[in-house]
Design a protein around this ligand. Sequence first.
Ligand code: NAP
Length: 295
Amino acid sequence: MRVAFLGLGIMGHAMARNLVKAGHSVAVWNRTPGKDVEGARAAATPAEAATDADVVWMCVSDTAAVEHVLFGENGVESALREGMIVVDSSTISPSATLAFAERVRARGADYVDAPVTGSKIGAQNAQLIFIVGGSEATMERIRPLFEAMGKTVLRMGDTGKGQAAKLAGNLMIAMIYEGFAEGLTLAAKLGVPAESLLGLVNASMIKSGVVEYKAPFVLKRDFSPNFPMRLMFKDMQLMLEAAREARVKLPGLKTVSEVYEVAIEEGHQDLDYAATLMLLEKWAGVEVSSAASGA
Ligand code: NAP
């Protein structure tokens, strides 16, 4: 298929590369030039990338970025044709997604929200999980593209439901990691080594995929970004906004979001969200990997 891939960040670059590897004809565009993908045609604007494409696939930071790529100057909108499909793998607002889809459909194209989970490693290894909102028929048409970039496609319902489910899932990831980080910090301060606590976690119902993924990085104190803190914080604001719109109270998330706010004030925004641990450590006067005996 002919695909325009827009947004070559941590996720998008790896996804576009996997589309090329699977033999698709790919045009790429990134806001900041110089992030090319071998085997893909580099386009100067989103509209130029989308010209002749069957499918336009986006993976950019946030709601404003998607709006800009679609409807801004030289945006995708001017290149939309009957039968085209626009797919958004960014994590953005479910209500904005509905508005974007309506505007895209007015030009005869279809719209699928397909945010992902699996992080940088999942994107690199074509092991992403796509969380999809949109028509079943359209989802089937782009299945070869999903298969080139991921291992699982889960349809959550019609337009916007992919984003809604993604936010609910990321809420759980943020809270589970916060629980892990707070548990590690308390254990360290009370004199339990991180490795011992992990032995307990993995032998019991405390075990979790989030901990399994993050623990090796935390033990090595490798906080380089797999999923940058600024993006998890952005997702938390989307969760809180969606909750306000739907009149849902999320008291735990509100508190965890305040931890992120301070961690970002401390300058950790471009580190992985796992680096929220560093703030807990600072408050406790302890370091998890090396100071099981306390400060
Ligand atoms: P990233 O590395 O920060 O890349 C962001 C991309 O968005 C870059 O290509 C950036 O372009 C572009 N962008 C930002 N603002 C823009 C604007 N106004 N107009 C056009 N392009 C703009 O982020 P990422 O980790 O790839 O994440 C991309 C999306 O996937 C986010 O919505 C994120 O929440 C979601 N996601 C990420 C992960 C993960 O583990 N990283 C996992 C699941 C979902 P420049 O190069 O010009 O800055």
